[in-house]
Design a protein around this ligand. Structure first.
Ligand SMILES: [Mg+2]
Length: 242
């Protein structure tokens, strides 16, 4: 597990082609797409939050070596250790840094730093042009909606066209996987799920259990600790470049 969103392979090209062809063959239905770790790389957002905190705490120098490549999972202490930051510094500042990360990450304030994965915009536009309705289904909660809408528009994802839809979590405390299952079962207007994409194995499996004929991409970027095994029909990709 590591971010290699710029990589290409024959297997990845075939998976992306399969999704595009399935969309063209269907001509309607929905593409259920995750945001964090899937359409968007939010490591720049995390880096920006930590750097801003460091600057405000007079600790900018201590985090100077920290870069996007050090963010490999959701363990901030491990991220700091990878950057060579001394253990005593981490122990001394971790609580404040973690609080700043939490406040910043779960808000709309820093999403302008998110970058679309290479090829993600073209891939999504292709699905929409084939007739699918892009349904952005995210674990971000309702308070994060304004920044998310701006980020979708700024990156050039289909948005604001009266078709694309964004579903954010009403209760921040609800587990992402349970929220997504509930949204598919009860909230999103029923339509055939033709293409799905997510970085969390549990969500990939949810889409395939919901729609066994769907083409579902599993983004091998990062995911929560102790993931469940990925459904054998899921198509692994590192990004969206063919
Ligand atoms: Mg995700």
């Amino acid at each position: 597990m590591a971010w290699r969103a710029h990589s290409r392979s024959a297997e990845q090209s075939a998976a992306l082609r399969r999704a595009a062809r399935r969309a063209e063959a269907a001509g309607q239905g929905m593409a259920v797409l995750d945001l964090d770790g899937c359409l968007f790389d939010n490591r720049p957002r995390q880096l920006g939050i930590l750097r801003a905190w460091a600057a405000s705490a007079g600790q900018a120098e201590a985090l100077a070596a920290l870069s996007v490549g050090h963010f490999m999972d959701w363990d901030l202490q491990a991220t700091l250790r990878r950057a060579g930051i001394p253990k005593p510094w981490i122990e001394r500042h971790y609580e404040a840094l973690r609080a700043a990360w939490w406040r910043g990450f779960f808000s709309s304030d820093w999403m302008h730093l998110d970058e679309p994965l290479p090829g993600a915009v073209a891939f999504t536009r292709g699905l929409a042009q084939a007739g699918l309705r892009p349904v952005y289904l995210t674990g971000r909660d309702d308070t994060m909606r304004p920044g998310t809408e701006r980020a979708l528009a700024r990156a050039g994802f289909p948005w604001g066209d009266g078709r694309a839809a964004l579903y954010t979590k009403p209760e921040a405390a609800e587990a992402d996987h349970l929220w997504k299952a509930r949204a598919l079962a009860e909230i999103i207007p029923p339509e055939p799920l033709i293409v799905g994409a997510d970085n969390e194995p549990a969500n990939v499996n949810l889409y395939l259990n919901h729609a066994p004929d769907a083409v579902v991409l599993w983004l091998d970027t990062d995911h929560s600790p102790k993931p469940e095994p990925v459904h054998p029909e899921a198509l692994p990709v590192r990004g969206f470049l063919s």
